[in-house]
Design a protein around this ligand. Structure first.
Ligand code: 2P0
Length: 333
């Protein structure tokens, strides 16, 4: 009863910001992302009668109780759905530069959901897999698919209609996503707390909700028409609106640092000099810059020249879930 799966992380162009049900990870709004080719998690899961508790290794090291608890919560759901009661040994390798503001939770929980459901013998389609990955971390439901992906928020109370779907295959439109690594400083407000506080206290959250569907439609039209400028403009203003909700929260908070502004200004300067480049920022200080592949070397060079920039990773649209031959590096019995 074992399986290994690989999932890539994703970057939201239209953000998931706010939950309507925290326990079931149900979002307030639809979101849209690109799955990235460079960053991924490979997870092996083995269920075995010999185990008396779940065991979780992260990058070759036995994980803390808190980290293992999150894994066990998703495994509990999978045990409940399958009717199998065994515990599992989980072995995860994360190729995600978490310091660069990429949530490893998206690729991590997508890979875990895929490997665990396969190992336990569940025969499910990708849509159902997406709803299961969502229960580990919301954005993980988008990492089941490659390319351009929309997470449908759904309407049902039980969340069975809240899953992701592919909008466009990764091979259908190439874009460059430059992930700009700034000096790592510890994130003060986790996204989970940040979205909760914005929903509950920010007067700007209503404005977010009132306009996000329109942003999503514009983004989808831009993807359909392969209109880079239209996509860039809408993803940048959507990110700015998400961050505006944090400024209006009580107490207010801000994910940006001074280096974040340096990158934002550089992107605006690049645009003024004729390069189509646009930024987006998640729940942290780091910036992702989107541009066209023909411009990626120039734009990367301009970003690397900024003093607070430590590195810039070049990414392109990447694939969805894949299953690998099982690699048994950590054994249970
Ligand atoms: C996104 N973020 O759409 C948004 C934009 C951060 C900012 O999804 O609470 O780790 O586990 O569902 O998925 C990060 O939040 O949050 C995220 P949970 P998650 O990518």
């Amino acid at each position: 009863m074992e399986a290994t799966a690989k999932a890539h992380t994703n970057i939201a162009l239209i953000k998931y910001w706010g939950k309507r049900d925290e326990e079931l990870f149900l979002p307030m709004n639809n979101s849209l992302s690109i799955t990235l080719d460079q960053f991924y998690t490979i997870t092996s899961v083995q269920f075995c009668e010999c185990l008396t508790a779940d065991k979780f290794y992260l990058n070759e090291t036995l994980a803390t109780d808190d980290e293992t608890k999150k894994i066990s919560e998703l495994l509990d759901l999978i045990r409940k759905l399958s009717g199998v009661k065994m515990f599992a040994v989980v072995d995860s390798l994360n190729k995600v530069p978490t310091a660069a503001g990429f949530a490893s939770s998206a690729s991590g929980f997508a890979a875990l959901a895929a490997a665990a459901t396969k190992a336990i013998g569940m025969d499910i389609d990708e849509q159902t897999l997406s709803t299961i990955a969502r229960r580990g971390s919301g954005s993980a439901c988008r990492s089941i698919y490659g390319g351009y992906v929309e997470w449908q928020k759904g309407e049902l109370l039980d969340g069975t209609d809240s899953y992701a779907e592919q909008v466009l295959h990764e091979k259908e439109w190439d874009l460059t996503i430059l992930s700009v690594l700034l000096e790592p400083k510890e994130k003060k407000i986790l996204s989970r707390e940040g979205m909760r506080r914005s929903v509950e206290t920010s007067p700007f959250y209503q404005g977010w909700l009132e306009t996000v569907d329109e942003d999503l439609e514009v983004a989808k039209q831009a993807i359909n028409e392969r209109n880079f400028e239209m996509l860039g403009e809408v993803l940048e203003r959507n990110a700015m609106k998400m961050h505006a909700t944090t400024l209006g929260a009580n107490p207010p908070f801000m994910y940006w640092q001074s280096a974040t502004f340096d990158v934002m200004e550089k992107v605006q300067e690049l645009r003024e000099s004729g390069f189509r480049a646009y930024f987006t920022i998640d729940a942290g200080p780091n910036v992702k810059v989107l541009c066209q592949p023909k411009d990626e070397e120039y734009v990367r060079g301009a970003l690397m020249a900024l003093t607070p920039v430590q590195d810039v990773y070049t990414c392109h649209p990447g694939p969805g879930i894949s299953y690998l031959p099982h690699t048994k590096r950590k054994t249970c019995c």
